[in-house]
Design a protein around this ligand. Structure first.
Ligand SMILES: Cc1ncc(C[n+]2csc(CCOP(=O)(O)OP(=O)(O)O)c2C)c(N)n1
Ligand SMILES: [Mg+2]
Length: 372
């Protein structure tokens, strides 16, 4: 199920603008963007893709147990992340590297986590409300709905001030739509009219299960069953991703209830480095999506605007430098103290944790004393 007759886009696959009666509102939603913004979209997509390749290499060289690539999904992520506002809360799954980068996450913190050096990842208060990666499929959609309910209860939305009213965006996959958690999150959101956008990246696969097995209907149509407005967009069109997210997040924060976007994209790489997609995927399908690459499309658009070659060259150099820096910093990461295991169990002291920490300290010191 690649694109359908429902798929909305502002940029055709060849990078030319699409103008028709279905796109008018979306063009208005990007009307305030400047060429400098467009250059920034391109820069982030390119830098994070280069980072992704480097992280995959680091995994293959034994520096991480696992890597989760996002190659091919950059436009869906970059457009939607730039469309969120600073006060918003973002709940990612585990592949949203571009979104994290835009919200201010140091991407080495993802490597740190997959290297097994932290027990969670990062502090969302220090990453502009970019919450933790969640590997349990769909569970974070419930966290998102709960958080969005809290925003409503606090009266932090629906005041009519778009610069202050808060909303939640939650990223999830086509496979996650089959989880009970995700369906419960949709029900709670609708019941409590939360300020929330469900951003589904349909990358066509849930490990080796194709999306056609998850659903016989386009996934965005499921939202109607929850009474939720939804659209299906071309997720490889960064402008459409920005426009649809901007509109729907602003509707959500303004008291119009939860919204749903299905972004049609493709996971160009493996599910993770533990997986070999050549065992279950068709070469023609991969070729179709490679020909619809989101970065190539946007480069063609920028070239049409007259952006000079020197810009693309400088982005490529910056991306290489960024990857080299990530590699260097990965190799200097240090193991945390063993006692950190106990640090974040409870906010206050707890007798069981205190007892276990004392036992471990005693056990470890027995090695220092040597054989008796
Ligand atoms: C509850 C649960 N069941 C199964 C898994 C194993 N698992 C990890 S990723 C994945 C596929 C998820 O597919 P999708 O939601 O489409 O996201 P994508 O990986 O394609 O981004 C599965 C089944 C899991 N992590 N959690
Ligand atoms: Mg998927």
């Amino acid at each position: 199920m690649p694109y359908t007759e429902h798929t909305l886009r502002l940029l055709a696959p060849d990078g030319t603008l699409v103008v028709n009666d279905r796109t008018e509102a979306y063009h208005s939603a990007i009307g305030h963007l400047t060429e400098a913004d467009f250059r920034e979209f391109y820069r982030v997509m390119s830098v994070v893709r280069r980072f992704d390749v480097e992280a995959g290499n680091l995994q293959r060289q034994g520096h991480m147990a696992l890597w989760v690539p996002s190659i091919g999904q950059e436009a869906a992520q970059v457009g939607s992340a730039f469309a969120s506002r600073p006060q918003d809360h973002v709940f990612p799954a585990y592949r949203e590297h571009s979104v994290g980068y835009i919200r201010g996450l140091d991407l080495v913190d993802i490597i740190r986590m997959l290297r097994g050096l932290t027990h969670g990842g990062w502090d969302p208060k220090k990453t502009n409300n970019f919450h933790l990666y969640t590997l349990v499929i769909g569970s974070h959609t419930l966290h998102a709905s709960g958080y969005a309910m809290g925003i409503s209860f606090d009266g932090a939305c629906s005041t009519g001030d778009l610069e202050k009213d808060e909303a939640v965006i939650v990223y999830f996959g086509d496979g996650a739509t089959s989880q009970g958690d995700t369906n419960e999150a949709l029900i709670f959101a609708q019941s409590f009219q939360t300020p929330q956008l469900f951003f589904l990246q349909n990358n066509h696969w849930a490990i080796s299960v194709p999306v056609r097995v998850q659903s016989r209907t386009p996934l965005f149509e499921r939202a109607a069953g929850f009474g939720m407005p939804s659209v299906q967009i071309d997720g490889n069109d960064v402008l459409m991703s920005y426009a649809a997210t901007r509109i729907m997040m602003d509707q959500a924060r303004s008291g119009q209830g939860p919204q749903f976007i299905e972004a049609m994209t493709y996971r160009i790489g493996a599910h993770t480095t533990s997986d070999d997609p050549t065992k279950y995927r068709d070469e023609d399908e991969l070729a179709f999506w490679q020909a619809h690459d989101p970065i190539d499309r946007f480069r063609a658009y920028l070239q049409g605007l007259g952006v000079e070659q020197a810009f693309f060259d400088s982005v490529a150099t910056e991306a290489d430098d960024y990857a080299a820096d990530v590699r260097k910093r990965t190799l200097t990461l240090e193991n945390p103290p063993t006692t950190d295991i106990f640090a974040h169990v409870f906010t206050e002291d707890h007798p069981v944790v205190t007892e276990q920490a004392a036992w471990l300290e005693n056990y470890l010191s027995s090695f220092e004393q040597g054989p008796s």
